[in-house]
Design a protein around this ligand. Structure first.
Ligand code: UDX
Length: 448
């Protein structure tokens, strides 16, 4: 099939590359010429395991084309995916200007029947708006071309996106037209073998399914984070409780890990947007409002523990804190809404020096922090280390923020020898208290 993907962000690039890998000819469009140049010369703009190989392989085979030309892009595809960003507006609702601009560009150019697919996470009703926008443009051109708008939300996890795409646990297709549904079935056939994972539904339900999935997962996390704080007050261990409840098949073991709060490009944005969608339609989602509030508070948890250890924030001035992990989760360089940023802001405000290490997110973190704090404060107070041990050298305590694999089993005796104030703040419950204490370090976990 000939496919066009509008937007080479995270979702667009992964989807385009994976569709090309199953034999389709895919044209990925982006208006950002630098990005397209980079892709055309074999680079990729994000860190995502396995993606570079799939992109390069298909680009070399001529099945994956990158372009900045809307004329070429719309001429190319029989199926046109809209995978542009929907950043949050000030009031939390998703900004649809890029989606609707893409719809307009489609309506201005199509010359034959197409299936238009919303891949971006968009409020319920957006497919109708996309349809109306395209129809409007066709009316202006006095053309009567058949087209259908389908909702096909993505459920890709950063750090595992290629795998999630190649082996999806479900493919949601919201369509009001049987012919468009069958095009989607055909397209997803290579990823939908052995047993049927494609779930057909109406367009609005598909749009809501995406928000509902992320909201449910965020709810589990905030619930566990609040429960962890209760467990701590009660002298219980949230890790035992997690295991205890997760073995109930009605609850299941996933997304029950207490930590420093959820971040990333999806959960914070989608939770806010769903609350807004509900309110705009005269309904409330009190549970979800609490999920967001609890998450904002949870991002303070490591700083509170560090303050307690030192006997108050005012005693932190001049202390050097080592940070392990900056990205919002492992296997990505994505810093959006990362809990590490909240901790860094708090530590800097308290007059601490920071020595941070992350396997891939340092340059992204540097870019963000330089913009926020300026050259001088960054060079005086923030050091980015070349290795986890380099970060710990000369530090008072260690705070683990992101659970990268390489942090799982450090030499705790070496750590104890290097940290002058002998304490580890484990924001992901990665270590066993007794191992850390046996090495002569104080241990602070989450909810234990
Ligand atoms: C999420 C959804 O999982 C994915 O289906 C959707 O398409 C996009 O949003 P992603 O943002 O990549 O994916 O990350 P995810 O692995 O879901 O983690 C989100 C956040 O929750 C991270 O900050 C992570 O650290 C946190 N988290 C996750 C927890 O704190 N505890 C958990 O048990 C699981």
């Amino acid at each position: 099939m000939k496919i066009t993907v509008i937007g080479t962000g995270y979702v667009g690039l992964v989807s385009g590359a994976c569709f090309a890998d199953s034999g389709n000819t895919v044209l990925c469009l982006d208006l950002d010429a630098r990005k397209i140049d980079m892709l055309n010369s074999g680079g990729i703009p994000i860190h995502e395991p396995g993606l570079e190989t799939v992109v390069q392989r298909n680009h070399a085979a001529g099945r994956l084309i990158f372009s900045t030309s809307y004329d070429k892009a719309i001429d190319h595809g029989d199926v046109i995916f809209i995978a542009v960003g929907t950043p949050p507006d000030e009031d939390g609702s998703a900004d649809l200007s890029h989606v609707l601009a893409a719809a307009r560009s489609i309506g201005e150019r199509i010359t034959r029947p197409v299936v238009v697919v919303d891949k971006s996470t968009v409020p319920v009703g957006t497919a109708d708006a996309v349809r109306a926008t395209i129809a409007d443009e066709l009316r202006k051109r006095e053309l009567n071309i058949a087209f259908h708008v389908v909702s096909n939300p993505e459920f890709l996890k950063e750090g595992a996106a290629v795998d999630d795409f190649m082996r999806p646990d479900r493919i949601i297709v919201g369509s009001d037209d049987p012919s468009a549904t069958s095009v989607m079935r055909q397209l997803y056939k290579p990823f939908n073998r052995n047993h049927d994972r494609l779930i057909e539904m109406d367009v609005r339900s598909a749009e809501l399914t995406k928000y509902a999935a992320n909201a449910m997962l965020a709810t589990r996390i905030s619930f566990m984070n609040e429960l962890a704080n209760v467990a701590e007050a009660l002298g219980a261990d949230i890790e035992a409780v997690r295991y205890g409840i997760g073995s109930d098949p009605r609850i299941g073991p996933h997304f029950l890990y207490a930590g420093v709060g959820y971040g990333g490009s999806c959960f914070p944005k989608d939770v806010k947007a769903l609350v807004k969608i509900a309110n705009d339609n005269g309904k409330s989602l009190r549970v979800l409002e609490a999920v967001e509030a609890a998450n904002d508070l949870q991002k303070n948890v490591l700083f509170s523990k560090i303050c307690r250890h030192f006997g108050g924030a005012e005693r932190l001035k001049g202390t050097t804190i080592a940070l392990w992990g900056l990205s919002f989760k492992p296997n990505t360089d994505d810093m959006r809404e990362a809990p590490s940023l909240v901790l860094i802001r708090q530590l800097l405000a308290a007059g601490c020096r920071i020595q941070a290490y992350d396997p891939v997110a340092i340059s992204e973190a540097q870019r963000i922090l330089l913009k926020e704090f300026g050259e001088q404060q960054c060079s005086e107070m923030l050091k980015f280390a070349d290795s986890p041990w380099d970060a710990v050298q000369g530090a008072a305590v260690l705070a683990l923020v992101t659970e990268w694999r390489e942090f799982r089993a450090p030499d705790l005796h070496r750590l104890a020898a290097l940290l002058s104030q002998k304490a580890v703040f484990d924001g992901r419950n990665l270590y066993d208290r007794k191992d850390v204490e046996a090495a002569g370090l104080a241990y602070y976990g989450i909810g234990r």
